[in-house]
Design a protein around this ligand. Structure first.
Ligand code: A2P
Length: 336
């Protein structure tokens, strides 16, 4: 079996660090690793199992070395600048940023949902937005069985999705709550996130939506292969460190039995149903964090429309919503 050479770009970040954990867990046939970040981190060390690596500054000559694959999670601008350079050197890029997701020539892949798309690439494969990944894992098998007519997303998103600066804002807000004299400046959010809910993720657009909301709508359509599907979304940042929650209202084309919805979700790949309200069993962030699966709870009929259901969908946004999904794509590429 071939032993591959892998670059991780953004290796010091929240997602990059989790990619390292997932790579260690999966033990893929990789013989050489290189960890890149900005000049700020050059020379820092990264522990990878029993080995210690020096972090290298990402530069235009970083890909002069022949990498087989690169995992990028260092923001859109870094991806836009450096992925084409990597591809020119024969490296296949799995990109966690939003830079290429809606590019028609770039597959947008969730391995449980549209695995065959992986192989239609021209050097770049995009990892979808964290909120989209967990939603489509639950929705794809339902769409295949019942035909989805309309989706209403409402999200409750953890601060880890905003990277280390988002985590600092919540940590500092907690310190301030415990010690009034503690002074800090917000690094990421417009308002303190502690004790708050902010209906503002990514920038606002002219049409009144946030970019995060637009991403969920457009990426869901692309992944489900339904370019005109009726979808709306409200995305909200909440003071939770990790794991995103989503309330998803779905209208089907056809009538259905709730038991059949349960059966479909119970056999959906990568999905775990936790739904026993008599025993207060439902998915919550503190229980879901650390898992690679998508958890679905509160499955119930929407009595206000003819063929509707409501779902509560929770996943570790740094694992399944980012690092795990990217490494799953890598694994599929290596297994061919
Ligand atoms: P660094 O730690 O050197 O700033 P997070 O959003 O969780 O903070 O992670 C962002 C990741 O992207 C970090 O690893 C960060 O490196 C990396 N990064 C940011 N800007 C660049 C850049 N211009 N070139 C390479 N890596 C970058």
């Amino acid at each position: 079996m071939k032993n591959y050479k892998l670059a991780v770009v953004g290796a010091t970040g929240v997602v990059g660090q989790k990619m390292i954990d997932v790579l260690l867990e999966k033990n893929l046939p990789i013989s050489e690793y290189c960890f890149f970040a900005s000049s700020r981190s050059a020379g820092k060390t990264i522990r990878f199992g029993d080995d210690v690596y020096l972090v290298k500054e990402l530069t235009e000559s970083s890909f002069d070395e022949d990498f087989d694959f690169a995992l990028f999670s260092a923001g859109g601008e870094t991806s836009l600048k450096y992925s084409p350079i990597a591809v020119k050197h024969g490296c296949i890029v799995i990109d966690n940023s939003s830079a290429f997701r809606m590019d028609e020539t770039v597959p947008l892949v969730v391995p449980e949902v549209n695995p065959d798309e992986i192989f239609n690439h021209n050097g770049i494969i995009a990892n979808p937005n964290c909120s989209t990944i967990q939603a489509v894992c639950a929705l794809k098998p339902l769409d295949d069985t019942f035909g989805i007519k309309r989706i209403v997303y409402s999200t409750y998103q953890a601060v880890s999705g905003a990277g280390s600066k988002g985590i600092h804002d919540l940590e500092n807000g907690i310190k301030k709550f415990n010690d009034e004299s503690f002074e800090y400046s917000l690094e990421k959010f417009e308002y303190p996130i502690f004790n708050n809910c902010l209906p503002h993720i990514d920038v606002f657009l002219d049409n009144g939506y946030s970019k995060e909301e637009e991403k969920m709508i457009n990426e869901t359509r692309k992944i489900l292969g339904k370019s005109n599907l009726a979808i709306t979304a409200t995305t909200v940042r909440v003071p939770v460190f990790n794991s995103h929650c989503e309330s998803i209202n779905v209208e089907f084309e056809n009538g259905f039995e709730l038991n059949d919805v349960m059966t479909v979700l119970n056999s959906a790949p990568g999905v775990i149903v936790v739904d026993d309200i008599k025993n207060n069993a439902y998915a919550i962030p503190t229980e879901v964090t650390g898992h690679n699966e998508v958890f679905v709870s509160r499955i119930r009929r929407d009595f206000s429309v003819a063929n509707g259901i409501n779902l509560w969908v929770v996943a570790d946004n740094i694992r399944k919503g980012a690092a795990t999904n990217a490494v799953q794509i890598l694994e599929k590429l290596m297994n061919t």
